[in-house]
Design a protein around this ligand. Structure first.
Ligand code: ACO
Length: 428
């Protein structure tokens, strides 16, 4: 705390303590506001509300900055692996070689799934959305694994179990939904390579591992690993604040991520681009529709609550997209439409005035398609990437000495008190 700001309410001055973050972000603490003044603040969507202090991720939306534990995202995308980045987020420091060796062993040890979970999977209706399945499966982990019920279990074991199992669960849901045999995890493969093998290896056509594809998946997951207090992370923290277990909290995060305004946007982008391609809609018509206030249509993959200049993840994703498509020799017409759409929107006064730029989802779907991931699995891919962020935020919130149950207030706008009306006297 460094000083106070004066808040004048109905002529009376109240001093609110000022909090300044390590990068100079400023807030004033209103925890006593209601008790002292009778007022609450009103901030739907929480755009001006800091719900916590956090040392995990720093982002500056005006400058396009994103750092995990202080390290710029560009450096992590270039030099790190997803597993190393996960360790960094959860533990606050980069791992030593010994740490990495231990993590790899534990990720392998924990990679199998209880056989009974396969039965659970099989009873989901054929067209179930993989995000609904994933959320249910993660929520059920605590029941299938007695050791997970032990809340005292060392945090690193608990978290590595989850990071390892979510990958197997995701690949398994894909295989079962196609009526294919489940491929078991292999101990000789890295985290990302193992996932690709579990997804695509087959008895007739063995999967050929490509180093650039494995690298692309590492980068995709690194870019998604955390994003401070977004909708799903806030959901994990809010649900966790009721002191529910880690798995139930993460399950809530997965449900929140599902929505098209959040993680579901990567699917929505591809569906939009496919629609444009199929119906041969001119790009300028799409831009016009996105600006039309009488239409619900939005340019998916554009705009962000925090980034108002550019999304640094989108820049890396676009570069990665070109590398992967070239390497796999994929000529995707959707990439061409995406590039033309981006160019048209970035020169349009509506998008310029509203600071609407491509976000991470705009190009990520094209990479996933090239790797062979089906569209309805895109948000699951995002969820696997975001898991270390959710875990680190959950741990941080539970270790905060001021950890309280989340319980926002409201301004009531309903009826004033009136008396119950007997049924025979209603609406006559
Ligand atoms: N296309 C057209 N207009 C848009 C778009 C868009 N993609 N995004 C915002 N706008 C307009 C709104 O209509 C609004 O206009 P108005 O001020 O005239 O009413 C203005 O820009 C502000 O929009 P809000 O929805 O108030 O901005 P907010 O910060 O709440 O929303 C959001 C951010 C949800 C990401 C929004 O830009 C959006 O819906 N984008 C498309 C979905 C998407 O790509 N989501 C992924 C986000 S990144 C992620 O979750 C990983």
């Amino acid at each position: 705390m460094t000083g106070f700001v004066d808040v004048v309410i109905e002529g009376k001055t109240y001093q609110m303590p000022v909090i300044i973050g390590s990068e100079g972000e400023k807030a004033f603490d209103i925890t006593k506001l209601r008790d002292q003044t009778g007022y609450i603040t009103h901030d739907p969507g929480f755009g001006s509300t800091g719900s916590c202090s956090s040392s995990i991720t720093y982002m500056d939306g005006d400058k396009g900055i994103l750092r995990y534990r202080g390290i710029p995202i560009e450096q992590l995308a270039k030099k790190s692996s997803f597993v190393e980045t996960a360790y960094l987020l959860i533990n606050g420091i980069l791992p030593s070689q010994g740490d990495l060796n231990e993590i790899r062993t534990l990720l392998n040890d924990y990679s199998m799934i209880h056989e009974n979970m396969q039965d659970f999977f099989k009873h989901f209706p054929r067209d179930s959305h993989p995000m609904g399945i994933l959320s249910a499966m993660v929520g059920s982990l605590r029941s299938f694994y007695p050791e997970m019920q032990n809340d005292e279990e060392a945090v690193n074991k608990k978290t590595l179990r989850l990071i390892s199992k979510i990958r197997t669960l995701a690949a398994m849901s894909f295989r079962i939904s196609r009526g294919n045999k489940v491929v078991y995890p292999r101990h000789d493969l890295s985290y990302c390579a193992n996932f690709l093998n579990m997804m695509f290896d087959g008895p007739v056509k063995p999967y050929t591992m490509d180093e650039d594809v494995v690298r692309a998946l590492n980068v995709f997951w690194i870019l998604h690993a955390d994003h401070e207090q977004n909708c799903s992370t806030a959901a994990v923290r809010v649900v966790g604040s009721a002191q529910v277990n880690l798995y139930a909290s993460i399950s809530a995060g997965i449900a929140a991520l599902w929505g098209p305004r959040h993680g579901g946007a990567n699917m929505a982008v591809i569906r939009m681009l496919e629609d444009i391609a199929e119906r041969n809609i001119p790009v300028d018509k799409i831009v016009k529709m996105a600006k039309d206030k009488n239409s619900d249509f939005r340019l998916m993959g554009f705009g962000h609550r925090v980034y108002k200049t550019f999304d640094p993840r989108a820049v890396i994703m676009k570069e990665m997209c070109d590398i992967v498509l070239k390497k796999l020799n994929v000529d995707d017409p959707l990439l061409d439409i995406a590039k033309r759409l981006e160019e048209a929107a970035l020169t349009d006064p509506y998008f310029i005035e509203k600071n609407l730029y491509p976000n991470v989802d705009f190009y990520s779907g094209i990479i996933l398609r090239a790797i062979g991931i089906p569209t309805n699995m895109f948000t699951v891919m995002f969820a696997i990437g975001r898991l270390p962020g959710w875990i680190s935020q959950w741990i941080e919130s539970t270790e905060d000495p001021r950890w309280k149950i989340a319980r926002p207030r409201q301004i009531y706008t309903g009826n004033k008190k009136y008396d119950y009306i007997p049924i025979e006297a209603r609406y006559i």
